[in-house]
Design a protein around this ligand. Structure first.
Ligand SMILES: C[S@@+](CC[C@H](N)C(=O)[O-])C[C@H]1O[C@@H](n2cnc3c(N)ncnc32)[C@H](O)[C@@H]1O
Length: 194
């Protein structure tokens, strides 16, 4: 929201960027396809930091029960417009408490795509991971992707995840399943409850 305060047009620019890529036929569902492959049909999926809904929208269309949460109300309004079906909620992941909003069931998968981790206020990162862990079923997985060079070292992320109760199940460097190495400049971490 600091970004939005600095540039009030940022959210609209972001929405239009993805709408225009969709019109041009760009593949906007790579992350969602990986998530879809990880779960049975009709899974409960949380799209954490859902933006304008491209990931959760695809997963709902594939038959899953999707909840999307984002702190930016303009992006949530666009998600409701562009991808009707999931429950799109305005909320801060650092204070995520879906049972208090009537959503009590834990999630089979939590997906956080598009560098959400790097957009969080740094002081809240471990707290956000803790809130995600609290919403996962005991055999669920959190799938989190973000790039290097965004002021959040991967080693620090693994430490924060461990503090939050999440440990690596599988580490990849792309959403199309390339392995993660110490040279990777992107991380797709599949984490499970410790
Ligand atoms: C680059 S966008 C990615 C959006 C979406 N996941 C995607 O891949 O299309 C990052 C998103 O993180 C959201 N975000 C940042 N901090 C957040 C927080 N504390 N709680 C909820 N959402 C947050 C932003 O509002 C933004 O929509």
């Amino acid at each position: 929201m600091q970004k939005v305060a600095a540039n009030p047009n940022h959210s609209q620019w972001y929405i239009e960027r993805f709408r225009s890529m969709a019109r041009e036929g760009a593949d906007l569902a790579g992350e969602a396809r990986l998530v879809d492959a990880l779960v049975p049909r009709g899974a409960r999926i949380l799209d954490a930091g859902c933006g304008s809904g491209r990931v959760g929208g695809f997963l709902a269309a594939a038959g899953h029960d999707v909840v999307g949460v984002d702190v930016d109300p303009v992006l949530i309004a666009a998600a409701e417009h562009d991808h009707p079906g999931p429950r799109w909620l305005v909320g801060d992941l650092a204070e995520l408490d879906l049972p208090s909003r009537g959503i009590a069931e834990p999630f089979d998968i939590i997906v956080s795509a598009g560098n959400v981790m790097a957009f969080l206020a740094p002081s809240t990162r471990a707290q956000v991971l803790g809130r995600l862990c609290a919403h996962l079923s005991t055999d669920g997985r959190a799938v989190i992707g973000f790039g290097a060079g965004r002021d959040y070292e991967f080693s620090r992320f693994f430490d924060d995840a461990a503090e939050a109760g999440l440990v690596p199940d599988l580490l990849l460097s792309t959403w199309d399943l390339r392995p993660f190495t110490d040279k990777s400049d992107f991380l797709v971490a599949l984490l499970r409850v410790a």
